[in-house]
Design a protein around this ligand. Structure first.
Ligand code: F3S
Length: 401
């Protein structure tokens, strides 16, 4: 791989131990994928933040990188942590876990990484523009950056994203190159799709078909429009079930008009969405003892809407609202937090129902997120009930007196 003078200096250690290690990681990655050079990146999103996933070995790696003088050279933000960094006690997190999680966040802070802890960095100040080369981890965020924003990122892992932050570089391969951004399957959507749950079901239905066909990059036709919230739901679901990091929607996403339509096609009908939805629900409504909204993290519009739904009401059982800290801070200022917390629902900022250490704590979870259903079952051993956003909230309410 051809390296610039500066990149060679990164590698030979003259910029410090951590930078050398970071460059080694990137050169190894680039060599595996046949990259000819490095690209400068301007934005990084780092996953592998929850101590529940990292464990002691992961924390040790971060400490070593921080002690080795690692400093992010670009705007770098963090994926959700294993707890609400400010109100972890309210979520039933143990002090032992909290102490280790704080050490993880402290290590990132020492490396000049912004400790936002969200999977929607694009709603919290890390918003790349069209065509920008970036290095993001977190499959839903990568899919959003590539598809909706038209930025260019591979699906980084935790170490490669950190390496990109410490060097401001990523190897030039995969989704950074024009030829790898072309769609390979036309998806004709022959039914109306509205709401975050329906878009999640679409991601599940299309994702399963993509896997079967050995394809990765769908081109959707027949979706007239999509809101930001619907798009982030589709991104999370399609990344989970189809392994996709990029899609195009005719008339909606920015590169859709710039690419040729694939020759191979499938159709998605109402029955496919219904089957996809049904496959994500195995809990009886009476079993639900946990409600989680915010996978991916809720937007401000969703938090405001939830405050309207919960106004003057009480919820049954444990109810988590997961979002980015900056969104929570706006909710505080606008009085949404007061309304929501008066209902008994809890904000779980900085974290989510998948990366928090809650395995086995609940029997069944209700959610509007297709991605959350997958991980609730596979990681946390919960049954799931997959419903539209409003229905999830309304079904959790105590009857009115
Ligand atoms: Fe985000 Fe957690 Fe879902 S990281 S996309 S809320 S699984």
């Amino acid at each position: 791989m051809e390296l610039s003078q500066e990149e060679r200096e990164f590698l030979d250690g003259s910029q410090g131990r951590a930078t050398a290690k970071a460059m080694e990681i990137l050169v190894a990655l680039g060599t595996i994928y046949g990259a000819e050079r490095m690209l400068p990146v301007s934005s990084v999103q780092i996953a592998g933040v929850s101590y529940d996933n990292l464990g002691e070995a992961g924390l040790q790696f971060l400490d070593e990188m921080a002690e080795g003088g690692g400093q992010s050279r670009v705007l770098a933000t963090l994926n959700p942590a294993g707890m609400d960094v400010e109100s972890w006690q309210a979520l039933g997190i143990s002090p032992e876990f909290a102490a280790q999680q704080q050490r993880v966040i402290a290590a990132f802070a020492r490396m000049n990484v912004i400790t936002t802890c969200t999977c929607t960095p694009y709603l919290a100040g890390n918003l790349p523009r069209f065509g920008e080369h970036i290095a993001w981890a977190e499959s839903s965020a990568v899919c959003f950056a590539n598809s909706v924003l038209g930025a260019r990122s591979n699906r980084e892992g935790g170490p490669s994203a950190l390496a990109a932050a410490l060097t401001g570089r990523t190897p030039a391969y995969g989704y950074h190159l024009d030829e790898n951004r072309l769609p390979d399957l036309l998806v004709e959507v022959q039914t109306e799709v509205t709401g975050t749950q329906a878009f999640g079901a679409l991601g599940k239905a299309a994702g399963d078909r993509l896997q079967k066909a050995g394809k990765k990059t769908p081109y959707f036709r027949g979706l007239e429009q999509a809101t930001l919230e619907e798009l982030k739901s589709l991104c999370a679901s399609l990344a989970t079930y189809g392994g996709s990091a990029l899609f195009h929607i005719q008339g909606v996403t920015p590169e859709a008009g710039l690419v040729r339509l694939p020759t191979e096609s499938i159709a998605i009908r109402q029955a496919d969405l219904e089957a996809a939805s049904a496959s994500l629900s195995d809990a009886d409504p009476s079993e639900v003892d946990f409600v989680s909204l915010g996978c991916p993290h809720l937007s401000l519009r969703e938090v405001a809407h939830l405050a309207e739904l919960l106004q003057g009401r009480r919820v049954r059982g444990e109810f988590w609202i997961t979002t980015a800290r900056p969104i929570k801070q706006i909710a505080d200022r606008m009085g949404y937090t007061q309304v929501i917390e008066a209902s008994g629902a809890k904000f779980a900022a900085d974290t989510c129902c998948v990366v928090a250490p809650i395995k086995g704590r609940f029997t069944a979870m209700a959610t509007d997120s297709a991605k959350a259903c997958y991980y609730a079952a596979s990681k946390n051993r919960f049954k799931t009930l997959f419903k539209p956003f409003d229905q999830v909230a309304l079904d959790a309410l105590e009857p009115q007196e």
